[in-house]
Design a protein around this ligand. Structure first.
Ligand code: ZN
Length: 145
């Protein structure tokens, strides 16, 4: 990756950290799930409003490092309105991308591709994954994965 691209990604991450998208509670969440990353102290509260197999709305409230907060903000931005079947695919690909078993598919990931830089820092991978593992827990409880 070029250093210019690195810089762009840093800017996008900082922007999401400073003003996280979807960081307000939902009036009628279908499910609420909490996650915690003890390695870094990151916390997340994820709320999903699901209607007819689609994620109608999503809220992510985070407390933690820039990577975990930005990752939750990306999640809210990229997944709102999508069918759950697609969300399961995106979450699985995002995880494989961070764990280095798949190359990032930018068409599928959108802005989430910005977090690929976290791959270089193993200790940051858990931070980036926290909102996503929390999402997977919520989907499991909903019986959709
Ligand atoms: Zn962290």
């Amino acid at each position: 990756m070029s250093s210019e691209l690195d810089e762009l990604y840093r800017d996008v991450i900082l922007d999401h950290f400073r003003s996280p998208r979807g960081a307000r509670p939902l009036p009628r969440p279908t499910i609420v799930e909490e996650g915690y990353n003890p390695l870094c102290g990151d916390e997340v509260i994820l709320e999903l409003e699901v209607e007819e197999g689609r994620l109608k709305d999503v809220a992510v409230r985070s407390r933690g490092c820039s990577i975990s907060v930005a990752s939750g903000s990306f999640l809210a931005q990229e997944l709102r309105g999508k069918p759950l079947s697609e969300i399961v695919r995106i979450a699985a690909h995002f995880k494989s991308m961070l764990q280095g078993t798949e190359e990032p598919d930018e068409a599928l990931l959108g802005d989430l591709a910005a977090l690929q830089g976290a791959r270089k820092f193993p200790v940051r991978i858990k931070c980036a994954l926290l909102p996503w593992t929390t999402l997977e827990q919520a989907l499991r409880r909903l019986g959709n994965s």
